[in-house]
Ligand binder design. Sequence first.
Ligand SMILES: [Cu+2]
Length: 72
Amino acid sequence: MKRILKVHGMKCEGCSEAIEKALEKFDEIDVVTANFASGHVDIESKEEFDLAKAKKAIEDLGYEVEDYEGVE
Ligand SMILES: [Cu+2]
């Protein structure tokens, strides 16, 4: 499954890397690509993952998840 989250508050490469690292800690999540310029965080995984848990991990870092887009 692939989900694209729209995230507010990323300002630099360090922010996007922090989000990538936090989400890739979850076993069920395979690849995370965060783009601070667009505010998009792409999450890819073979298994279903708990979107609420991913959202909370991002919020715990101090960013705001505005929306979910693009479900595949
Ligand atoms: Cu930053």
